[in-house]
Ligand binder design. Sequence first.
Ligand SMILES: Cc1cc2nc3c(=O)[nH]c(=O)nc-3n(C[C@H](O)[C@H](O)[C@H](O)COP(=O)(O)O)c2cc1C
Length: 342
Amino acid sequence: MRLKYLKNLWKRGTDFLGTEYAILCGAMTWISEHNLASSISNSGAFGVLAAGNLPAEVLEAEIDRTRQRTSRPFGVNLITIAPNFEAHLDVVMRKKVNFVIFAGAIPPSRAVERVKQNGAKILCFAPTLALAKRMVKQGADALIIEGNEAGGHVGPVSTSVLVQEILPHVPEVPIFVAGGIGTGEMIAQYLLMGAAGCQLGTRFAVAEESIAHPNFKQRLIQASAKDAMPTPQFDPSLPVIPVRAIINEGTREFSKLQLQLLNELKEKKIDKDTAQMKLEEFWMGALRRAVIDGDVERGSLMAGQSVGMVKKVQPVKEIIQELVEKAEKKLEEIFDVGEEGV
Ligand SMILES: Cc1cc2nc3c(=O)[nH]c(=O)nc-3n(C[C@H](O)[C@H](O)[C@H](O)COP(=O)(O)O)c2cc1C
């Protein structure tokens, strides 16, 4: 398909990523390994490996395997608050990874400097305008703004509001939009607002090439948008980063754990940092149980509200072609009507 409108509209994104399409498959812990990342890149979009809390040597092997399967660009997503973060940083330096995406919290300046000195491009998540500007000053080459509709750990503000608050005010770098995107039509809208491209997660989690357990994929296919809910925080004395997932027994177990930790905090049996670490460890383990072992009752079914647009298991290439064609068609409708009206 000839991309009359998309080609220009997302040029900043494709130039930055070195891809045919300015679509990223966002990192998904346990899911975004070499099979998915290389399939995405080989289909013209941008694949990302999730470091999660993998042992450093496993991350290193994943980078090697991805390179064996694709010669196209891909990135590695590092979680700055993961216990293995420093070891992961050493791996991406040693392996001379070209794109590093920092997630979890504002990356430490020395980590940004190290990666830049190594010649890699840096992408950071921007939860507010002030932080977006700070990260650009600190050296981010591009930003991702991810709204509350997204799957996994989420901020409080919706994608549509973040886009208005941040996109027009940070012209220095390309900005990619994520959270709740399920269709090409939506990609077209964000591009029209000035996005350089879009990042999707949930739709690719059920791709044929995703190693997620068939039970996990089926639960996502059955779910509708309202089933993917963020976890609540019970008390400010134990701050909880909300996680959007399909409600199941695992969600209820998380609530029980939160209450138990709150009691232990009150009785001074545990400190706040340890309690928060235990909550994060819960998610890592619970997500693995659902994604790898297929325990969809007690494991975590992290998914965005975009889950309502996940209808079947499809090859990566087909998902990407569908997104691109629908985005281009939407743009044709908009611009061709405009021309007729003149
Ligand atoms: C199962 C799952 C795991 C995720 N893990 C990570 C992660 O490790 N690092 C990260 O930056 N984002 C993570 N995300 C967020 C995705 O990269 C992406 O930004 C998000 O899924 C976009 O929203 P969508 O699911 O509505 O498309 C995860 C999302 C899901 C659904």
